[in-house]
Ligand binder design. Structure first.
Ligand code: MG
Length: 166
């Protein structure tokens, strides 16, 4: 059995959304989420897509998302992070692998992602070209402790399993 496991992590600082602050509209897994705070980022700041992209790239032993899509490159300014994700899925496919499953945890004090979890899973499954049953998203708070608990950041952990298909 030829399988590859990858781990990804991302964190973005959250600020009031522009023009009040420097935050971008909050997006997780390609889904827009109603919030008065959003990520400070060069791209669209989708921390969930970033973490899973890094997990896929990591499983392949390839350069990470920051190396592949540097924030010094103006082409990545305000970029839809689905581009990064789809690029990683394409690299996996070219290497002969498909997504077996994805699991992830979003640590966000507010808003709670429960109401949009289904939409996020569906979005990720569509982007990954995987069945919905193979994609999971869990939401947690940081129990009001530390910067994440104060709503100053969103943090995401992800693991991905790839299996050889060719
Ligand atoms: Mg990021």
């Amino acid at each position: 059995m030829d399988i590859r496991i990858g781990h990804g992590y991302d964190l973005h600082r959250l600020e009031p959304i522009a023009p009040v602050g420097t935050g971008r509209p909050l997006r997780l897994g390609g889904v827009a989420i109603e919030s008065d705070r959003g990520p400070v980022a060069h791209s669209d700041g989708d921390a969930l897509l970033h973490a899973i992209t890094d997990a896929i790239l990591g499983s392949l032993g390839m350069p990470d998302i920051g190396q592949a899509f540097p924030d010094s490159d103006p082409r990545n300014e305000s970029r839809d992070s689905a581009d990064f994700f789809l690029s990683a899925v394409r690299l996996a496919r070219e290497a002969g692998y498909a997504v077996v499953n994805i699991d992830s945890t979003v640590v966000l004090e507010r808003p709670k992602i429960g109401p949009v979890k289904g939409a996020i899973r569906a979005s990720l499954a569509a982007l990954a070209g995987a069945d919905l049953s193979r994609v999971n998203v869990k939401g947690k708070t940081h129990e009001s402790i530390g910067p994440i608990g104060r709503g100053e950041a969103v943090e995401v952990h992800a693991v991905v399993l790839l299996g050889r298909v060719t």
